[in-house]
Design a protein around this ligand. Structure first.
Ligand code: NAP
Length: 493
């Protein structure tokens, strides 16, 4: 027995190592599966199992607790279970009830809480004087700064997306104020590093830092996150959330380094890298730089004058449009943000099935930034049961519009605006668009004269081959279905 005990005590570190390895594999494999809509939901499950493994493995650290801290162990473990219950319960409830159009807000709030958690770990290290040595101390400070900026910035992003804050808050010299805030935060951080570790920084002994300076450091970092996000327009928030997502990942990874917790390091780096890639892909699909999103006021700079437009808007009844599509040989459907607003995806697929029963070739064309978050249209269509082989990405379908009878643009606007192709003065010039305008006929379903996200006029709507079908997307689809059913045509075998 005496011989076995030392070996048993060696087990937790070994189990932690194996669990971290398994968690890392599950995170990466889950992420890989998320790359395709066909495997995405199982990818989320796989990554979730990885997270559960990492959380369970963290309880094994309890075997390694300093004997002086043993009396508090049970209290701390109880608190962890309470926190897991509250956090897990709230996430489960909100995840189930969130509307598809409110998804960006939910991502913003979860992301902010992740940044806040990284900042809280850093606070414990700093107040407790646990970060021994200059390098861990600076890494802790970096995690604290990035985590705090991500927390307050994400909360502002949530408030803007949810309509709690309605207007961007801008004033002259705002960027200079933000720069000054950053410099002040860094200066307080440098002061803390020098006070605790000496000017040479060669101390490897943990020294408690000055509480007032730590409070000031966090207050400045939180203010920086707020001031950075307030001037950015609400419509640019999805890109901003993605940037904060990358920040949160980085902060978590840095705190994983401080705590010597490999699972935290890997999870943080995966989230950080994925967030940064997503930000770059979104910016590329909008033909804008990340700096342009963060530092300019998109949509308020360049506006199209109505006078530039040739042609007129030509309204059409929903029933006539529906019947025309039933008699067409080929239809490409371009879904956009308005379809998600109308929750018309179910009716859309019902209508598509009617067309296909009549022998019409129907395909969906999805733009990479259609909707308000990446993949929103793919998820929406999958929710309605649209088979994946009917859904095509921009580069795979764009050449087909020219030989297609009818393009049905439903709740989409910017992603089919030809100004992106041929008007250098347009704020969306250079953004790749779906070539709906090249189809023989285009039907656009929208409620009225409302503009899209970029707040500019769409020249497609005025072109000779385009008709406007006004109304809420779901209500229009119901009329189209009734009209086609009313024809009483037999299904084509
Ligand atoms: P959009 O340009 O925002 O246009 C949506 C259109 O839907 C509007 O013109 C609106 O016109 C119509 N609409 C709204 N509610 C409707 C309803 N209930 N029924 C029918 N129509 C309705 O959408 P998009 O073409 O999908 O383009 C997405 C835009 O968001 C792009 O500019 C993109 O750069 C930007 N963006 C996307 C992401 C992303 O990750 N996906 C991130 C950031 C920014 P009415 O008001 O007249 O109905």
């Amino acid at each position: 027995m005496q011989n076995i005990l030392p070996q048993l005590l060696q087990l937790p570190p070994l189990l932690i190592g194996l669990a971290d390895l398994a968690a890392a594999f599950l995170f990466l494999y889950g992420l890989h599966r998320m790359a395709s809509p066909v495997t995405a939901s199982s990818g989320i499950l796989v990554a979730g199992i990885g997270m559960a493994v990492a959380v369970l493995a963290s309880f094994l650290y309890a075997f390694d607790v300093d004997p002086a801290a043993q009396p508090r162990l049970m209290v701390n473990i109880t608190l962890v279970f309470v926190a897991l219950g509250i956090g897990g319960g709230a996430a489960w409830w909100s995840g189930r009830k969130v509307a598809m159009t409110a998804m960006p807000q939910m991502v913003a709030i979860y992301n902010g809480l992740g940044g806040g958690a990284a900042g809280a770990i850093a606070a414990i290290e700093l107040f407790g004087g646990k970060a021994a040595g200059m390098t861990p101390f600076i890494v802790t400070l970096a995690g604290a700064l990035i985590g705090a900026v991500s927390l307050s910035g994400s909360l502002i992003a949530w408030a803007k997306l949810d309509g709690v804050i309605e207007k961007p808050w801008r004033f002259r010299g705002q960027q200079a104020v933000n720069g000054l805030l950053l410099l002040l935060t860094l200066a307080v951080g440098a002061y803390l590093a020098v006070v605790t570790h000496g000017a040479t920084g060669d101390s490897s002994v943990a020294v408690p830092a000055l509480p007032t300076a730590i409070y000031l450091f966090f207050a400045l970092a939180l203010a920086l996150g707020i001031c950075m996000t307030l001037p950015i327009g609400g419509a640019d928030m999805p890109v901003v959330i993605s940037i904060f997502n990358a920040f949160t990942g980085l902060a978590v990874g840095l705190e994983g380094f401080v705590l010597k917790n490999p699972a935290l390091m890997i999870a943080g780096m995966v989230v950080g890298a994925a967030g940064m890639l997503l930000t770059l892909l979104m910016a590329k699909a909008m033909n804008r730089s990340v700096a342009n999103v963060v530092f300019t006021n998109f949509g308020t700079i360049a506006r199209h004058k109505q006078g530039n437009i040739k042609g007129s808007l030509k309204p059409m009844q929903a029933s006539d449009a529906g019947i025309a599509m039933r008699y067409a040989a080929s239809v490409i459907i371009v879904p956009g943000y308005g379809l998600a607003v109308a929750q018309g995806q179910g009716k859309l697929y019902e209508f598509v099935k009617l067309l296909r029963d009549g022998g019409v070739s129907v395909k969906f064309a999805v733009h990479p930034v259609a909707g308000r978050m990446p993949g929103q249209m793919d998820v929406l269509l999958a929710e309605a049961g649209v088979p994946y082989d009917m859904i095509f990405q921009l580069e795979d379908i764009n050449d087909e519009f020219a030989t297609t009878d009818i393009a049905l643009v439903i709740g989409a606007n910017d992603v089919v605006n030809p100004a992106a192709r041929n008007d250098k003065s347009s704020p969306i010039f250079g953004m790749p668009i779906l070539n709906a305008d090249k189809s023989k006929k285009v039907f656009v379903v929208k409620r009225g004269e409302g503009k899209g996200y970029a707040d500019i006029v769409n020249t497609l709507f005025y072109s000779d081959n385009c008709n406007m079908v006004y109304g809420d997307a779901q209500a229009v689809l119901i009329k189209m279905i009734e009209a086609v059913r009313g024809l009483g045509l037999p299904a084509v075998a």
